[in-house]
Design a protein around this ligand. Structure first.
Ligand SMILES: O=C(O)CCC(=O)C(=O)O
Length: 301
């Protein structure tokens, strides 16, 4: 039974700050999860008519009309009101503001699908490498549309790594969206296993990745990146007025704050890279020695 109010306990808040991640069960109701499943099935059906990844659909290399293999729905909150409802979900906003303060902006969202037996892996990386800000009060929330476990490629994290170094995601001078440091070892990794309707939370500097789905069950995860309103991106192309308007459009709680808070944190600039990478999957294909297994059939760009 879900109550109208949802707040984290002191213990959960302490756990997040110490370890950099948290799994919270029973955040969405069964009806909300079923609605998400139904809409997602509709998108998979629509993807039958798509032959190449585009602004909405990111396709597995072996996708076809007869055997649709959708890997990601891009910007899902813009694609369907049922997805958008999750972004503004009262319980999720309450939980997130307990961790990074009242006043939130969403700077990115995606629905990552690992269909049964074929879902592509995501190599180890830190979100901070993609979008460094003036402070690191940013986190990603993943809504589990399916039960998420080791067999179907749940999210894996390295507890405490959000307080550590920022690893290089560059290879041969190019940003490729995956950790390339030879000294990086995914030691101490733990899975975030959840029932459908639960949420995963990981800090923007957390080392994380996920393996191939080897099970016969799908793993669909709706991800939203929330930022404290006083965290401003270090790289944002555009005129100040346009950037301001964009920010206003991204706010999900509170009002614009034009006084960024600066903290002393290590940063690397995610450039040069592809002009417009189609997704993290295509970017990471360049990684020469992936530590998470990837099948040859998933290697085609
Ligand atoms: O879908 C996953 O398992 C990982 C997602 C992720 O880390 C990302 O898309 O940045």
């Amino acid at each position: 039974m879900i109550t109208e109010e949802y707040t984290l306990t002191e213990k959960q808040i302490e756990f997040y700050h110490k370890k950099g991640y948290l799994g919270v069960e029973n955040v969405l109701s069964d009806k909300e999860v079923n609605d998400l499943r139904q809409v997602t099935s509709e998108f998979i059906e629509k993807s039958r008519n798509v032959t190449e990844s585009d602004d909405v659909f990111d396709l597995e290399p072996e996708h076809s009309q007869d055997n649709p293999q959708l890997r990601r729905i891009k910007n899902p909150f813009k694609q369907h009101p049922v997805y958008k409802a999750s972004l503004h979900h009262e319980r999720i906003l309450t939980i997130v503001s307990q961790l990074i303060g009242y006043g939130l902006r969403c700077n990115g969202h995606k629905l990552n699908l690992k269909l049964d037996k074929l879902g592509s892996p995501v190599q180890w990386h830190q979100d901070w490498a993609f979008y460094p800000h003036t402070n690191d009060d940013l986190l990603a929330v993943g809504v589990a549309i399916d039960d998420m476990n080791t067999e179907n490629g749940c999210l894996m994290v390295i507890p405490g790594s959000h307080k550590g170094k920022i690893y290089s995601h560059h290879q041969n001078g190019k940003f490729i969206g995956a950790i390339t440091d030879s000294e990086f070892k995914p030691e101490g990794a733990v899975p975030i296993e959840l029932k459908a309707g639960g949420i995963s939370i990981h800090h923007v500097r957390m080392l994380h990745g996920s393996a191939i789905n080897t099970s016969d069950k799908p793993r669909r995860l709706l991800l939203a990146q929330y930022c404290a309103l006083d965290a401003w991106p270090l790289i944002q192309l555009g005129k100040a007025n346009d950037v301001l308007e964009q920010f206003k459009g991204e706010i999900v709680q509170g009002d614009i704050n034009i006084e960024p808070r600066l903290t002393e944190i290590p940063v690397r600039i995610p450039a040069p890279g592809e002009d417009k990478p189609s997704s993290i999957y295509s970017q990471q294909l360049e990684l020469e020695n992936p530590s998470i297994e990837i099948k040859d059939s998933q290697r085609v760009n």
